[in-house]
Structure formats: C-alpha cells, structure tokens
Design a protein around this ligand. Structure first.
Ligand code: FAD
Ligand code: DLZ
Ligand code: SF4
Length: 518
C-alpha cells in the first residue's frame, strides 16, 4: 500500500471494475465513470472459473462475452485493462487482481456494481477493509426490486409467495396493466400453460451464431485448461455480443413466443428447446436487459401477435420468479446455502455427470445438459430435481451440480431455485409444497416413457418406473413434515387408504432401487 499512498496525490482517474455477469453499457459502475479519464478493469480469474467445476461451454461463453464486451467498450471510447486467464502475472482472484490494478493505475477510487453472489460481495468487503483505497459498491439497477423493497415486502408476512410479489412488480412496471387492473382481468394464466407437446408441431430453433476469431481463441483456451470439466465444448453456437443476443430475442419473439404459454411444461426427447426462449444466459450476464425484454414481449401482445397467456407467462418468469428468487437469496444468505430441512444425505448419483442411466427421462435431460449447458425449467424441476428430491440426495450436492452445469447459473438465481423450489431444503420459504411427482406426470408431459427400459404403468417390483415407488416412499418417509400440509392432504388420504401390503411393496421397491444407486 505504500506505493499507493505516496503516489495518490497524482492520481486523476477512477478504476471501474466490471464482473463477468455485468456486461452492460448501462451497468451502474460505468455510469459513475467518464471514458476520457477512467479505466475499466475486467479480469479472467481461475477462482471464478473453478469455484464449482463449470461446464466447458459456460466458461467459454462467459470469457468470450467478456472479451467482446471489452472490445465494445473500447469502441465506445473507454480504456480497458483486460487481464486474461493466461496472463503470466494473473493472481487468480478478484482481490489479487484489484490490488495489482491499483498498483498499475494508482486510481483515486474504485467503483464496482454489487456482485450477484454473497461469496464475491464478502471478498469485495474484505478488500475494502484491508486496503486504504475507497471502493464504492453500487446498487445493481438492472433488477426491478431493490433489496430494501423486497425486505419491506417480506417483513411481517407469515408466508412469502411469488404470486403476491409478482403483482407488486406488475404494478411497479405497468407491464400488462390497465390502470390498476391486470390485462384481461386475471393476473396469472398458468392454468392455460400445461399442454403436453406433440412431436409433429413446428419446432422453432434458437438463434445460433458461428464462432468468430475471439470465440475460437477462447474455445482453444478452455479446451486446453478445462479439458476435464463436464460437458461438450463444441458445437458452440451461443451469442456472445449484445447485437447477436438481441437477434436471439427477435427470433424467440417471432418463432416461439406465441406458443410459449401453451407448451411451457412440455418435454420431448428429440426437442431440446421447444418454445422456450434460451435467453436466461444472455439476461443473467448483462447482454440483454430483463425489463426491456419484457417490454418487447408485452408489445408483441399489444400488436396482436402473441396471445395473452404467452406474454403474461413469460413476463411472470422474469419480473415474478426471477426477481422473487433474488429477493429470497439476499434475504436469507449466508445461512440459506447450508439449509437441509429434510436431512437428505445421499451422494449425488454419478450418472448426473455421465448421463449413463436406464431412466430415459434422466438420460435425456442430462445428455442435453452435457451437450448444451441448457435444460428447460420442467426438465430441471420435474426430472433431475424431482429425482434428487425423491431419492433423498443432499441438497448441497444438488445445488453444486446445478451451479456448475448450466450456462445461466449464478448462485443468486440457482440456489433458491434448487435448494428452495426444487429440493424443499428451506422447509417452504420459497414455495408452499415440494415439487414431486410419480412417473405419471412425466409420462403425461413428455414422450420419454415410450423409449424407456422401465414401465411407467407398473407401480412397483422389477421393471417398474422408479419414480412410482420413490414417490410414495418419499411421502411415507416425510409424513411427519407434510401430512398437515393442506396442499398434500389428498395424497396422504390415498396413502392411508392403501392396503398395508401395497404400501410395503412400494417401500420395498424403493429400498431396492435406492440400494442400487449406492
Ligand atoms: P424460459 O422458459 O424461456 O423463461 C423465460 C425467462 O424467465 C428465462 O430466460 C429466465 O430469465 C426467467 N425465468 C424463468 N423461470 C425462472 C426461475 N424459476 N427463476 C429465475 N428466472 C426464471 N435460472 C437461471 O437463470 N439460472 C439458474 O442457475 C437456474 N437454476 C435453476 C435450477 C433449478 C433446479 C430450477 C428448477 C430452475 C432453475 N432456473 C435457473 C430457472 C429456469 O429453469 C431457467 O431460468 C430457464 O430454464 C432458462 O431457460 P430459458 O431462458 O429458455 O427460459
Ligand atoms: C462464472 C464466471 C467465470 C467462469 N469466470 C469469471 C471470470 O473469470 N471473471 C469474472 O469477472 N467473472 C467470472 N464469472 C462470473 C462471476 O463468477 C460472477 O460475476 C460472480 O459470481 C458474481 O455474480
Ligand atoms: Fe422416466 Fe419412469 Fe418414464 Fe422411464 S418410465 S422415462 S424412468 S418416468
């Protein structure tokens, strides 16, 4: 620090530190700066690339998007100090790179937009206390609700429920509102969004981009340094610039949005994307602005192109769920990450990494995750998530898997979705009941069961779909926790009416299957 203290009288510029998921020209820290004087710092560091074993495509996507963003900033007139992973002096951490940058530039102060993850916020606070250069952490105004607003909304409520928070966000943004009334008279059209898909429907494809020289260089780097990580590196087709991400939004609105609502819960073996947007990776890293995306979707409805159930369903995912899970994350961290309400202890089965299982639904969801670093919501929730919950897998292991394997995964959004929504590890803070199902639901919403070694109609015993026995075994195992839940009463009434021999057959079948996992 001596060097800094002795030279700071001469300093004229500020350092603007931009993290890998803050790739927006409107990011708060940039708005504090001035391109004629200030210096933007961006760093590729091994700490971020390895705090979980990220999918190769996720690392390549982020590094390439960061490098393209640095170019965009330079074109806008900014001076960018970009430290690449292969820089021989790279310290490997945000704190280390901040210190080195301070020595290089002797700035007056540092501006950074608040990070999305608790872990990174702690390290920035640590930097603040250990260094005498001022570091200002600014509110991330890409989100609609501030932490304070969410806290005030949550305070004093016995139960937090997304639906009520979502209505506040509709009022705040004015999206799909007629004065203070929701467009069409209803807030939520979810009941119309549960059609199973048919393979002969016209299937839109997401916008795909050919890797340019920058992306190719990153692909070589990732192929070299992260060759043992999970997932296929190529073919790589993600957009890595704002322009291309905007094109991906255009293509979604044109081809998929009109049916987004109808087929939101559907799954097909040979269709990885269906009518989903594949925009979460762009929104989460800053290439697309969430509110602008919602305005585009609302406009498509107002133009008479997309039906209301599609536009409302999509907007609810972003200003409802996305904002709500972020609110829960910052309300409940740091303890949230270690919650385990159901005391689940099983290790994550190794097929989550290999895809090698006879269960066709899991094989499909995991194989496409390996190929694309993407699976849609119902695959995450009702296939891989449902299985892990029913099988009693440690929610922390499940959390680390989801954080690693999806290109859109950052802890603030992934953890509440996994630990809260999917694994009920928070005991019902995020949702009122666990998302569990037997094979019947998967069979209704997908074509997976047709090609499966297991028989979805068979309830227990050899060759029966494992979801069937695991489902009843889960309910029986956790009766003390769920019997009194009004939304689960019907299932317990069915269980109670079941002949004890049948109950035992379910439980034996589940035990045999679970032992085979070990
Ligand atoms: P679409 O189906 O097209 O939805 C539109 C947009 O809505 C998405 O792009 C996304 O921005 C937003 N959205 C939808 N559902 C959610 C949700 N539940 N929470 C937050 N935003 C939502 N989403 C992530 O962005 N990152 C994650 O790490 C992540 N982990 C998840 C883990 C589990 C266990 C589950 C059940 C869900 C997770 N989700 C996560 C939410 C959701 O599955 C993804 O946002 C969605 O599948 C992304 O694909 P898409 O862009 O095609 O979404
Ligand atoms: C996910 C990720 C990866 C793989 N690498 C980097 C990196 O090298 N540099 C960087 O600034 N950000 C990276 N990120 C995203 C960060 O992990 C993310 O900004 C923090 O988790 C805060 O949300
Ligand atoms: Fe999955 Fe069971 Fe259907 Fe096989 S039969 S695909 S395991 S739900």
């Amino acid at each position: 620090m001596g060097a800094y203290t002795s030279q700071k009288d001469q300093a004229i510029s500020n350092l603007i530190f931009i993290l890998g998921d803050q790739l927006s020209l409107d990011i708060a820290a940039l708005k504090k700066g001035n391109e004629d004087e200030d210096i933007v710092l961006m760093v590729e560091v091994v700490d971020e690339a390895s705090y979980v074993p990220h999918h190769k495509k996720k690392i390549a996507f982020l590094f390439s998007a960061m490098r393209h963003f640095a170019e965009e900033l330079r074109r806008e007139g900014w001076t960018v100090d970009y430290v690449s992973l292969s820089d021989k002096n790279n310290s490997g951490s945000f704190e280390g790179e901040l210190k080195r940058a301070v020595e290089r530039h002797i700035p007056l102060q540092i501006f950074v937009t608040e990070p999305g993850e608790w872990r990174v916020l702690e390290s920035l606070k640590n930097f603040q206390t250990e260094n005498d250069i001022p570091l200002a952490i600014l509110t991330d105004d890409r989100f609609i609700a501030t932490h304070q607003e969410f806290r005030e909304w949550a305070e004093g409520r016995k139960q937090l429920r997304m639906e009520y928070f979502y209505r506040e966000m509709r009022r705040k943004t004015g999206l799909l509102m007629n004065g203070d009334q929701p467009e069409g008279g209803k807030w939520n059209y979810d009941a119309e969004n549960r059609k199973p898909a048919k393979a002969y429907l016209f299937m839109p494809q997401p916008h795909q981009v050919k890797p340019d020289a920058i992306t190719q260089e990153v692909l070589d780097l990732v192929g070299d340094k992260f060759s043992d990580n999970f997932g296929d590196l190529t073919p790589f087709w993600f957009a890595v610039t704002r322009n291309e991400a905007e094109k991906a939004l255009d293509v979604f609105i044109r081809d998929a949005l009109p049916k987004f609502g109808d087929y939101q819960d559907a799954m097909l073996k040979d269709e990885k994307f269906l009518y989903h947007s594949i925009l979460s990776l762009y929104i989460n890293c800053g290439l697309l602005d969430p509110l602008s995306v919602c305005h585009r979707v609302a406009q498509s409805y107002h133009d008479g192109y997309a039906p209301l159930n599609a536009a409302e369903g999509f907007i609810r995912q972003i200003i409802g769920w996305r904002e709500y899970v972020r609110g829960i994350y910052w309300l409940k961290m740091p303890d949230y990450v270690s919650e385990n309400y159901l005391g689940a202890k099983r290790k994550l089965p190794s097929f989550y990494w290999s895809g090698e299982t006879d269960m066709a639904c899991l094989k499909a969801a995991i194989s496409q995750t390996k190929e694309e670093a993407y699976a849609h919501h119902i695959q995450r929730l009702m296939v891989t998530g449902n299985f892990a919950l029913l099988a009693g897998v440690d929610p922390h292991e499940v959390h680390e898997w989801y954080l690693a394997v999806y290109a859109d995964a950052y802890e603030w959004v992934e953890l509440p979705n996994t630990l809260g929504m999917s694994q009920f590890g928070d005991g019902g803070v995020l949702g009122s009941k666990p998302y569990i199902s037997s094979g019947n639901y998967i069979n209704k919403m997908s074509d997976y069961c047709k090609g499966c070694k297991f028989d979805v109609k068979k309830k227990y015993g050899e060759g029966a779909c494992p979801f069937n026995s695991l489902y009843w075994d889960f309910l029986a195992r956790h009766a003390d926790k769920f019997r009194g839940n009004p939304r689960m009463g019907q299932m317990y009434r069915l269980w109670d009416k079941m002949h004890p021999e049948k109950q035992q057959a379910y439980r034996d079948s589940a035990a045999v299957f679970l032992a085979s996992l070990d």
